[in-house]
Design a protein around this ligand. Structure first.
Ligand code: Z15
Length: 798
């Protein structure tokens, strides 16, 4: 049996496979098939191609007795898969031709697939990029997460305000997964712990089943495939017949509804913690299921229990699965009779933790009472872990304090390595959130700068640039992205620059057509497309961007015949439904858009576009079409950013602060190809301690003062001077994220951007040097770093 992809697949074979699936899996004949039917036939046919390399990878791991990596994440923001799988298997042209032969349009079929939106933003998308790289490099790995029935909510605008509706990707069959009814694991909650001699016994009072659904994840050229295993919550008892017979029909289905609630919906908060009981249950549910599952696999291979860290590496994606520490200790000590101290040591050698934020509101803390009620045995084990940590490190850093269980501290103490996600962030982790723990364990914190998969974020989403790169440096760069540096020597070639511009231009036209068709918005592809796409958060400062937009509008109106550089300001992103300030910023952007886009004197020079429901698929369209990348967070607040990498790679120079991975991007693309502005992380801390800093900055900036005055007097809200009162109060009297202090520097740097953009040759050089300099930011490099510095695993394919 071949253990890599069959390359002999031709178009007739794929056509036959699709017709077969249409009949036998969809129950349709071609005459009555809908777009959905064709899309499912294609997806199922492609899935068939992954099964062979998938089995082969499992066999090879088993034969090599290789170490496996388990990536535990509450979020996997996958997006669509048809194009991704077709490209990884090298059959996209065959797929398009096969559909054409069947009278179907490939692009329409691809676009019919709903996004798998099982994540909020950067953290979830990073997990998806990591899955792609793990399979590309050939590291035996499982992604473990939750099969949410509803992914991230859909965003609509009503009179400019965000409203949310439930997402329903599972209203249709999910083509890529295999249901595993036989993999059904009991997860316990509540109850009490009794002592039976030395032994502690947990008597729970609630049980739900975790049922596995597997999606194969094929890497580049299908040489390897790993598994994404997502857990769905099911009831132990499907239906209460007794209640039904009594005539209580709703009561009869109550156990089912209750159990299923655990995997019902993704919490829509990104970098904030709501401290909800159901969230704790979700975290324990998927973590416990994953650990039981991997322990079963480990024990089935007949290894000694002590050798767990030689065969298993568990990576915790943020603190959400931090309960893995006490759960693993519980299994080792209570179920396998390891002495407690030894259990803690073995667990620690197996576990590692990635920190993704310094924002205090993201670091999870549970009220101790709630925690002990839901997980009584784990509560006790955490006390034991804490005592062992006190004894070993002689520190005062607690895990349980002031009636709270601190999950960040727990994750840190139970991990043999803790990593930050950019060079700056990792240093700040040492200096701030984990300062004392770092002093106690000075070798524990390391850095692994984030990366992005070049397959989805260039090769697939930007075919125009892909073709130019192929023509210029040949193929092979998609799995060896540092080769993009070979483009540097072509940047002085006028014909190359002409072709680079043409590729960007075609992407901008593609976006313009999409905006026209979907939202009836007309944009001019000659204007600069200036893009800020990310979750809406005060620290990311979309507010500063829209304030700068208003200031520019004022300047243009004051001098309509000046030498202006036409711009389209593009915004994309969702706010957490409970995040009032972020929703107010969305409303303001939409209000400003309405005003500016209707102004006949300025609308050809400055336009604001905010398409609703930004998601992975929209990103794949916006990023290749963008000219300028907005990465303007308050220095010290964005742990890394990964959209910054996607935009730069696709030829959008950055206007940005020295924050997160911006610092390293600037080093790689060259400081002259990056528009730097603003306070540094150290300046920020200093400035905050100056009383009245915001008021002072506003009074020193007539431009900013004017803009704030216009918002206050209702210029953008139809005369309603109340609408933004809270937002304005915040800017004048609080401004924690220093929008006021960075405003002038940002405005002036934007005018520098205008100047360079007016010189197409200079701009193209800069854009192309961004592409050429970004090779290091492949998530393949990141995963190699984790493999050597944290997991101690080696790839099984070369
Ligand atoms: C999230 O998307 C990120 C951090 C978090 O703690 C949570 Cl809960 C969600 C983001 C960071 O904000 C971003 O800077 C980083 O690039 C991304 O994680 C991946 O590391």
């Amino acid at each position: 049996m071949p253990d890599t992809l069959r390359t002999d697949l031709d178009q007739p074979a794929l056509t036959q496979a699709m017709l077969r699936h249409l009949r036998s899996s969809l129950g349709k004949d071609p005459e009555h098939a809908t777009t959905y039917d064709w899309r499912m036939s294609l997806a199922l046919s492609l899935r068939d191609l992954v099964v062979e390399p998938w089995f082969a990878s499992t066999r090879r791991t088993y034969d090599a007795k290789g170490k496996r990596v388990y990536y535990l994440s509450m979020e996997f923001l996958i997006g669509r898969l048809i194009e991704d799988v077709a490209i990884n298997l090298g059959v996209e042209h065959i797929a398009a031709a096969a559909l054409a032969e069947l009278g179907q349009d490939y692009d329409r079929i691809v676009a019919d697939e709903p996004d798998a939106a099982l994540g909020n933003g950067g953290l979830g998308r990073l997990a998806a990029c990591f899955l792609d790289s793990l399979s590309t490099i050939g590291i035996p790995a499982y992604g473990y997460g939750i099969r949410y029935e509803h992914g991230l909510f859909e965003q609509h605008f009503e009179d400019g305000a965000q409203v949310e509706t439930a997402e329903k990707w599972l209203a249709q069959r999910h083509a890529w997964e295999f249901e595993r009814p036989e993999v059904s694991i009991s997860i316990h909650f509540g109850g009490y712990v009794s002592q039976c001699g030395e032994k502690s016994v947990w008597h729970s009072d609630e049980t739900v089943l975790a049922q596995a659904y597997d999606t194969p994840i094929a890497g580049w050229q299908g040489k390897w495939a790993n598994t994404l295993r997502l857990w769905a919550a099911k009831p132990v008892k499907l239906f209460d017949l007794e209640s039904f017979n009594r005539g209580d029909y709703i009561g009869a289905s109550r156990p089912e509804a209750l159990a299923r609630t655990i995997s019902r919906v993704l919490y829509p908060d990104d970098t904030t913690d709501t401290g909800k009981e159901l969230r704790l249950k979700q975290e324990y549910f998927f973590t416990a299921a994953s650990i039981q599952d991997l322990m079963r696999r480990f024990l089935a291979e007949g290894f000694e229990i002590d050798s767990l860290p030689d065969h298993v590496a568990i990576q915790l994606n943020d603190t959400h699965p931090a309960i893995a520490g006490p759960e693993l200790v519980r299994i080792l000590a209570d179920e396998h009779a390891l002495p407690m101290a030894r259990a803690i040591e073995v667990a620690r050698k197996t576990l590692a933790y990635t920190n993704h934020t310094l924002l205090p509101e993201a670091l999870e803390r549970w009220p101790e009472g709630l925690f002990a009620r839901i997980l009584p045995r784990h509560h006790r084990i955490i006390e034991i872990i804490q005592d062992a940590h006190f004894a070993a490190a002689g520190t005062k850093v607690t895990i349980i304090e002031h009636g709270q269980v601190k999950m960040g501290e727990l994750a840190f103490v139970m991990a043999h390595k803790v990593n930050g996600v950019s060079a700056l962030h990792s240093e700040l982790v040492k200096e701030t959130v984990f300062h004392d723990l770092h002093t106690a364990y000075p070798d524990r914190i390391i850095n692994q700068t984030n990366g992005i998969t070049p397959r989805r974020w260039l090769y697939s989403c930007n075919p125009a640039l892909r073709a130019l790169i192929d023509d210029t440096i040949g193929q092979g760069w998609a799995a060896d992205l540092e080769r993009l540096s070979e483009l540097r020597s072509s940047v002085e070639d006028a014909a190359f620059r002409e072709a680079y511009r043409a590729a960007k231009r075609s992407n901008k036209e593609r976006l313009a057509e999409w905006l026209k068709a979907r939202d009836r918005i007309t944009v001019n592809p000659d204007a600069m497309f200036d893009t800020q796409i990310k979750r809406i958060h005060e620290y990311k400062r979309q507010l500063m961007n829209i304030l700068e937009t208003i200031a520019l509008w004022n300047d243009i109106r004051d001098d309509p015949n000046g030498d202006w550089t036409p711009r389209v300001k593009i915004f994309g992103g969702k706010a957490a439904p409970g995040y009032v300030m972020a929703k107010s910023i969305i409303h303001l952007i939409n209000d400003v858009a309405k005003m500016l886009n209707a102004d006949p004197t300025t609308r050809d020079l400055l336009q604001v576009v905010y398409p609703e429901n930004y998601n992975v698929s929209m990103a794949e369209l916006l990023i290749p079409a963008s000219d300028l990348s907005e990465q303007i967070s308050t220095a010290g607040k964005e742990a890394s950013g990964t959209g910054n990498m996607k935009l730069s790679l696709n030829g959008s120079p950055t206007i940005g602060t020295l924050d997160g991975a911006n610092v390293e991007i600037r080093d790689h693309v060259g400081v002259e190809n990056f528009f730097l502005f603003g306070l540094t992380a150290r300046d920020v801390t200093k400035r905050r301690s100056v009383p009245g800093f915001a008021r002072a900055a506003i009074e020193a900036s007539p431009r900013l003062a004017r803009v704030l005055g216009q918002i206050a007097d209702g210029t953008f809200s139809g005369g309603d001077s109340d609408r933004y009162a809270a937002l304005l109060h915040n800017v004048w009297d609080h401004d924690y994220f220093l929008v006021t202090c960075d405003f002038d520097s940002y405005f002036n740097t934007q005018r520098e951007v205008d100047g360079v953009y007016r010189d197409p040759e200079a701009w193209t050089r800069m854009a192309a040097l961004n592409t050429a300099g970004m090779g290091w930011f492949s998530s393949d490099r990141t995963i190699r770093g984790y493999a050597s510095d944290i997991w101690n695993v080696r790839p099984l394919v070369v």
